[in-house]
Every structure is written in C-alpha cells, then in structure tokens.
Design a protein around this ligand. Structure first.
Ligand SMILES: NC(=O)c1ccc[n+]([C@@H]2O[C@H](COP(=O)([O-])OP(=O)(O)OC[C@H]3O[C@@H](n4cnc5c(N)ncnc54)[C@H](OP(=O)(O)O)[C@@H]3O)[C@@H](O)[C@H]2O)c1
Length: 257
C-alpha cells in the first residue's frame, strides 16, 4: 500500500472553497500530501486551511480565477513547486438550449475547458523539468453522455475527456500522467436546487444501479489512486465514479417506457 502514500508530495487543487474541491483536498492531505488550494476569494479558504493545518499538513491558499490567463500564471508562480494538479474549478448554467446566451456559453466553456487546459499547461511547464507529475482533470458523467438543459456544460466536460487523452499523449514521455476523474451525482452548491425536488431524487435513485446518489467519501479512493504512484501506469483514462449510472442508462431508459 506504500504506493498510495503521498508523503512529501504537494497537490494544487483548484476550486477548493467548497464542494468536491474540499473533498479531494482533504483526501489528498489524509494520504500525506501538502496542499495549495485556490478560490477567487481568499477569505473563503480560511476555515478549510485551519482544518488542514490541524491535521499537521502544510496548506497555502492562493487566489485564482481560471477565466483570467494572468491569474492562472500568477497562481502557478505563487504555488511554487507542486507534483499533483487537480483541475476541479468549474461552473454550470442550467437552461433550455434555446435560452442559452453568448455569455452563458462563454462562462461555462472558459471556466471548465479553457481554464482546465491552461492550468494543466502551467503545471506541465513545472513538471517537465523534474520528469514527474500527476494531472487530474475533473470531468463528469456528462463527459460521456448528454443531458437536456446542460448543453454547454456537456460540451465542456466532453472536451475535458478529449483534452485528457491528448495531454496524456503529449506529456507521457516526461513522466507525467493525465487522467480524468468523472463524478456522477454528488450534492453540492452547484446542483443543490435539483435535490430540492423529491420526485427527481427518486427518479435519480431508480436510474443508478447502486440505487443512491454519491456521497463524498465515494470520491476519496479514486482521487488518491490517480494522484499517487498506485496509478503509475495509468494515463489518458476517464474514471467514472457514478454508481454505474452511465452503464445503467440504457436499461433505465428502456425500463421507464
Ligand atoms: N457536484 C457534482 O455532482 C459534480 C459532478 C460532476 C462534476 N462536477 C464538477 O466538479 C467540480 C466541483 O463541483 P462542485 O459541485 O463542488 O461545485 P461548487 O460547489 O459550485 O464549487 C465550484 C468551485 O469552483 C470554483 N470556481 C468557479 N468558477 C471559478 C473560476 N472562474 N475560477 C476559479 N475557480 C472557480 C469555486 O470557487 P470560488 O467561487 O470560491 O472562486 C468553487 O470552489 C466542478 O468542476 C463541477 O462541474 C461536480
């Protein structure tokens, strides 16, 4: 099990002010990593930094807006040395496709896809000289299937999956692995409005082969695996942590008719 140990490694996790970003950060710290965590607002990282320091890990909060190239470069500079990048910062706009505005589309694609690429580029520039790195792009079940009302989001997440394969091919010779961790449904700020609809929650459970939405601990093993030497020979892959919803989608659709 020594290959899962992250002692001596530093992980930069984007979008760690709440939600999945904190889950990923906490799991990496529990596995031994020191952290660099980001938000657009430093104050929103205060309580989390205190929690991680109480675990005996080093943690450095850094401001980052992934829609701003200068901010990406400044964040990388401020972070200094890091071995692991978790490209988690992201957003969503839920609207019928006919109502999506130019600005809605740009917001989602610039944050989720362009931001992911340029953060990965900054990381690789630092990792290539050392011949080692782990880049984990956060995708979604919408990396592999569509969903009405989430057009730009699905396009961005499909793009993250494709980007992951391309960058894995690019940087593999430098000892850098690039993988995509694709969560299913996990209740956070981003989707809490959907969980207020009890009927929808029941429908969701019915469609998931494991019969429940994800719980935060469900993501911990996958992130530590992809961040550690346990996944040394795994690159360009998308690991779905989704209770099987993507494998069960067709069965559930047919069953519903
Ligand atoms: N929840 C799910 O079920 C689920 C499933 C699959 C994939 N995902 C993806 O997983 C990631 C985290 O999701 P979540 O549910 O935890 O979302 P969340 O609670 O809304 O958190 C999003 C995080 O992204 C950061 N962020 C947003 N826009 C940013 C920007 N322009 N620059 C830098 N940081 C930005 C936010 O930081 P600040 O606002 O503090 O700057 C926040 O920390 C997202 O990429 C999401 O699409 C979520």
């Amino acid at each position: 099990m020594a290959s899962f140990d992250l002692t001596g490694k530093t992980a930069l996790v984007t979008g760690a002010s709440r939600g999945l970003g904190q889950t990923f950060s906490r799991a990496l710290a529990q596995a031994g990593a020191d952290l660099v965590v980001t938000s657009r607002t430093l104050a929103s990282l205060d309580a989390f930094c205190a929690e991680i320091r109480a675990m005996g890990r080093r943690i450095t909060p850094v401001v980052l807006d992934v829609r701003d190239h200068a901010s990406i470069r400044a964040c990388s500079e401020a972070a200094g040395h890091f071995d692991i990048l978790v490209n988690n910062a992201g957003c969503n706009v839920r609207k019928p496709a006919v109502d999506i505005t130019w600005d809605d589309y740009n917001l989602v694609l610039e944050t989720n896809l362009r931001g992911t690429f340029f953060m990965a580029q900054e990381a690789a520039r630092r990792m290539i000289p050392r011949g080692y790195g782990r880049i984990i792009n956060i995708g979604s079940v919408t990396s592999v299937f569509g969903y009405a009302g989430l057009g730009p989001y699905c396009a961005s997440r499909g793009g993250v999956k494709q980007l992951t394969m391309s960058l894995a091919d690019d940087w593999g010779p430098h000892g850098i692995t690039v993988n995509c961790l694709a969560p299913g449904w996990f209740r956070t700020e981003q989707n809490k409005v959907m969980y207020e609809d009890a009927e929808w929650v029941e429908y969701l459970k019915e469609r998931i082969p494991l019969k429940r939405p994800g719980q935060m601990p469900d993501l911990e093993g996958a992130i530590v695996f992809l961040a550690s030497d346990a996944s040394a020979y795994v690159t360009g892959q998308t690991l779905l942590v989704d209770g099987g919803i993507t494998t069960g989608a067709m069965r559930a659709m047919v069953a519903k008719k």
